[in-house]
Design a protein around this ligand. Sequence first.
Ligand SMILES: N[C@@H](CCC[C@H](N)C(=O)O)C(=O)O
Length: 296
Amino acid sequence: MSTPIAFLKGHGTENDFVIVPDADNTIELSPAAVAALCDRRAGIGGDGLLHVVRSAAHPDARHLAAEAEWFMDYRNADGSIVEMCGNGVRVFARYLQRAGLVGEGDLAVATRGGVKRVHIAKPATPGGPDGDVTVAMGKAVLPEGDVAVSVADRHWPARNVNMGNPHAVAFVSDLAHAGDLYSPPPFTPATAYPDGVNVEFVVDRAPRHVAMRVHERGVGETRSCGTGACAVAVAAARRDGLDPAETGTPVTYTVDVLGGSLVITERPDGEIEMTGAAVIVAEGEIDPEWLASVTN
Ligand SMILES: N[C@@H](CCC[C@H](N)C(=O)O)C(=O)O
């Protein structure tokens, strides 16, 4: 009998993750293994997987070890390795805190999108519910060029926003127009996103308050996407004529997602902060024989 593999399950505004603690990077997580673990019927289920590794023990993060002890080796539910996951970083920080590996307050997390600074707030009342987790997401890049997305016979212009990973943000009159989002919404020009894209559909709720649905690359429709919410806040601000770099004043948007709300602030230096809930809901053991059987 081989040794069971510990896992936890967590979510950030219902963007949910299988968490696999593996400080010394000894667990082989092939794309097939990740996809099996994230399968909602035959596996544990999740939009993605957070492999928790010491930066010094992972070839993709060794160069960041002096700045951040822990590396978020993030995988999409289909097993693909991508640059960044905003909700994932917040849930990753909650796991580290819960495991006693860090305390409340500030910490740094290494990701493939660079080192992210995270703040774990204290509970509002001693012993009360966990405080929110804030992550400094870096700056948005808004590449030039027209992009459009479509669902069935509806087409919308989209804002191209890169948050370390690619997003196409379309403002629509009704979130239902995004349809069932079972498959990735087609985009034009076909060359715009050679590695695929996350697509956000957005409606206004009130001044500086929007709501979105998202189709995530490598996943499908999810109930929240942190990088997507940041991309949406920046696209909405520019659409509304607001650019903190020009006015010197931070701009804050509330972005409602299907699983809750995220608060996004863009600062005059371009840095974007995202705040919201991050929750660990369960922990258990993966049967290594099952994992071996689905991996081979
Ligand atoms: N849910 C994430 C984004 C995860 C990565 C994305 N699917 C991609 O392929 O870029 C978030 O909270 O940012």
